[in-house]
Design a protein around this ligand. Structure first.
Ligand code: KIV
Ligand code: ZN
Length: 514
């Protein structure tokens, strides 16, 4: 490993999946992992196998099919966790077990009820146990940034001696500020005698909005692995966003002298879109690098400046992160071959079955919309890739709405071969449809968030609806697209219902394993 290459450890599939409302099945994780491989990440943390049979299965699937990056599984410092991680990673070409145990006084006292020497011993024992199984072991002293620095150094030194090749310093609760976090990394570099035998990694959360800044400061102080996620997903306010870290290092070579990464930046936008689609969580429009407004210039002065010389107001060429200008590509008369060729150009290499499905949706769309843009095509393909098992399928819906009486909706769904039909009224046509779906499935959902976005411009634009629905304590996301916003909303709600039932199936499997 070149000394100044920063290893990019992507944890979208593990910490990113801990984003409230995000949940990915094995198939969805595989799709993202394959794209992360294309993006050029060095390590993919594919999950936390001990937490559920579904996650163990997902890590197994990723290990079997994704061969270039190291595949990593998370484990607490217990034999059972390590055994499950090892089991999940068996088929990986290159595997890593990531063991963690909290070291801070707050976690020792309130969470673990353990003294320092017990934490030290448990950490060393876990690393030694994992090392007997595979050689690539990473250790994280959880809540490192709130741990006494001398104790942290003691733990880091001990786990390296026990065989950890990577020591990851998490700012678990996003409490650190850049100067302080950089100093902590420097302190470890200077005070851990065997630090040269391991790579220092950082894992920064974004509770103060400083995840990316802290990660960058750590690199300037000797860290050579960054743990991050696509779109900055992750527990609570999320993790450092991969795309922001990468572009900062790339754009500011004057500061990050000699630092390289293996990331192919042209793949960033596509990766972001795929993750948004499959998790159901869209980055906000003003999100750096991948937000829809990241390269839009609104004010006349700025537009004028950019037209005269791009660098006046644009530091990154949109194409360098994979944004493409919207082009008219296809229409009603375009054939399967043309659609397939265009999809390949956009980076979607589909199986025959997937192409059949995409082409059928393309034809339906082309009947309603004269010009099909790249973004439309990407949306319908990614919709199909949102592979949550469709327990409930939309057969038909109808809604009547006027300004005098409450709108009335009728929805027909299919569950296996059974037809479920219901009729209900609501506060508006969308509400009426959602209430009708609730009635048909026999569960009551509460709409927490609802958004409609136009994928492209024009009256016949494809609309993409996203919903966040709570069913009791469970919150699920859903997405759907159509040229008709009500149909897009209905599809999004049904997608959320399907995610809910996929979760229930996962939980059932977990209970039956016990
Ligand atoms: O935030 C954290 O501390 C973690 C660890 C498991 C690395 O996610
Ligand atoms: Zn974390």
């Amino acid at each position: 490993m070149k000394k100044d290459k920063v290893i990019i450890f992507d944890t979208t599939l593990r910490d990113g999946e801990q984003t409230p409302g995000a949940s990915l099945n094995a198939n969805e994780k595989l799709k993202i992992a394959l794209q992360l491989e294309t993006l050029g990440v060095d390590v993919i943390e594919a999950g936390f196998p001990r937490t559920s049979p579904g996650d163990l299965d997902a890590v197994k699937t990723v290990s079997k099919h994704v061969k270039k990056p190291i595949i990593c599984g998370l484990a607490r410092a217990t034999k059972r966790d390590i055994d499950d991680a090892y089991l999940a990673l068996k088929k990986a070409a290159r595997a890593r077990i990531h063991v963690f145990l909290a070291t801070s006084s707050i976690h020792r006292k309130y969470k673990l009820n353990k003294a320092k020497d017990e934490i030290l011993k448990a950490s060393v024992d876990a690393v030694k146990y994992a090392r007997k199984k595979i050689s690539d072991i990473e250790f994280s002293p959880e809540d490192a940034s709130r741990t006494e620095p001398d104790f942290l150094a003691e733990v880091v030194e001990a786990v390296i001696a026990a065989g950890a090749r990577t020591v990851n310093i998490p700012d678990t609760v996003g409490y650190a500020v850049p100067g302080e976090f950089g100093s902590l990394i420097r302190y470890l570099n200077e005070n851990v005698s065997n630090i040269g035998k391991a790579v220092i990694s950082v894992h920064c959360h974004n509770d103060l909005g400083l995840g990316v800044s802290n990660s960058l400061e750590a690199v300037l102080n000797g860290a050579r692995q960054i743990e991050c996620t696509i779109n900055g997903l992750g527990e609570r306010a999320g993790n450092a966003a991969l795309e922001e870290v990468i572009m900062a290092v790339k754009m500011r070579k004057d500061i990050f002298k000699g630092i390289t990464t293996g990331i192919i930046t042209k793949e960033l936008y596509k990766t972001s879109k795929l993750v948004a689609k499959l998790t159901g969580i869209n980055p906000q429009p003003n999100k750096a690098i991948v937000g829809e407004n990241a390269f839009s210039h609104e004010s006349g002065i700025h537009q004028d400046g950019v037209m005269k010389k791009r660098v006046t107001y644009e530091i990154i060429r949109p194409q360098d992160v994979g944004f493409s200008g919207s082009k008219i590509v296809l229409g009603k008369l375009s054939g399967r071959h043309a659609v397939s060729a265009r999809l390949k150009k956009l980076g979607y290499f589909l199986s025959d079955k997937e192409l059949d499905q995409a082409f059928a949706r393309f034809k339906t769309l082309a009947d309603k919309k004269a010009e099909i843009y790249d973004e439309d095509l990407a949306t319908i393909v990614e919709d199909d890739l949102a592979t949550v098992t469709e327990e409930y399928k939309l057969v038909n819906f109808q809604v009547t709405s006027c300004n005098k009486v409450d709108p009335l909706a009728t929805v027909d769904l299919k569950k296996n071969k059974k037809l479920l039909s219901a009729t209900a009224t609501g506060d508006g046509p969308v509400d009426a449809c959602f209430k009708t779906i609730d009635k048909a499935i026999g569960q009551k959902g509460k709409l927490v968030d609802y958004r409609i976005n136009a994928v492209t411009s024009g009256k016949d634009a494809l609309g993409e609806a996203s919903v966040k629905v709570s069913f009791g304590k469970k919150i699920v996301m859903g997405r759907g697209s159509s040229t008709d916003v009500i149909e897009a909303s209905v599809r999004a709600y049904i997608n959320a219902v399907n995610r809910l039932s996929a979760k229930a199936t996962k939980a059932k499997k977990k209970t039956s394993k016990k």
